[in-house]
Design a protein around this ligand. Structure first.
Ligand code: PGA
Length: 258
């Protein structure tokens, strides 16, 4: 079975409940994602809006995810959210190991691995973010860095469970204000390295690897046309629902033309 092309956005630490509802209202009014089975949309709101967004999009084809979670089911971990709580909100996906979590909250490869295993044990689909910093790139350690992050994150994950994992290659130097997107050639190179080095799923499919980092309306079609890119993970350019839908539409046309 052909894998869908994943296309989604994390809102990071943005949007009140009212703003979240505005976004879901626009999405519900559009048939773009429902009418195209080749595309799988997803939205990753902050925890405060997770349950609301899950409820608002319950009848839509768009999946919803959390931005992080603890690996334990419950316990004395003030400020943390457990896999059970994420599922309780109605989410399908959990984003793990984003570079902002790694940089500002000291999240290690080992912690990401514990979270990945907990997510899978609970039936969630982990979206595991990996990517080299500008320094690692400048020192020629890009491949080693992303392969180390991916291999540790997936350590102890069975071939069957791999079928539920998503990876997002997000070079740290490409993310956020001041970041510049990877060129299609650069993205292609890393995506190919990952495809060659990482195990395949039980039904012999490559692990889907999304690209993220300054994806926008101008570059989305070229990135989506790369054969190894299994999806796009978007920040700023998709925080506005119309912006997200414009990217979805461009990607749909690019994939159709490919
Ligand atoms: P950006 O964020 O699209 O705003 O660069 C991407 C990300 O952090 O996933």
């Amino acid at each position: 079975m052909d894998q869908p092309f994943w296309i989604g956005t994390s809102w990071k630490m943005n949007k009140t409940l009212a703003q979240a509802r505005n976004f879901t209202r626009t999405l519900r009014a559009s048939t773009l994602l429902d009418s195209d089975e080749r595309l799988q949309g997803f939205v990753i709101p902050p925890f405060t809006a997770l349950e609301t967004v899950c409820r608002e999009l319950a009848d839509e084809s768009v999946m919803v995810g959390a931005q992080n979670m603890h690996w334990a089911d419950a316990g004395a971990f003030t400020g943390e959210v457990s896999p059970t709580m994420v599922i309780d909100c109605g989410a399908d996906i959990v984003e793990l190991g984003h570079s902002e979590r790694r940089e500002y909250f000291n999240e290690t490869d080992e912690a990401v691995n514990r979270k990945v295993k907990a997510a899978l044990a609970h039936g969630l689909r982990p979206l595991i973010c990996i990517g080299e910093t500008a320094t690692e790139k400048a020192l020629g350690a890009t491949e080693e860095t992303v392969l180390r992050q991916a291999k540790i994150a997936l350590s102890g994950v069975s071939a069957e469970q791999l079928g539920r994992c998503l990876l997002a290659y997000e070079p740290v130097w490409a993310i956020g204000d001041g970041g510049s997107p990877a060129t299609p050639e650069y993205a292609q190179w890393i995506h190919r390295c990952l495809r060659e080095a990482l195990p395949r799923t039980a039904d012999d499919q490559p692990l889907p690897v999304l690209y993220g980092g300054s994806v926008n309306e101008d570059n989305c079609a070229d990135l989506a046309a790369l054969p190894e890119v299994a999806g796009l993970f978007i920040g700023r350019a998709a925080w506005d629902a119309d912006g997200y839908l414009r990217i979805v539409s461009k990607v749909a046309n690019a994939r159709l033309a490919a």
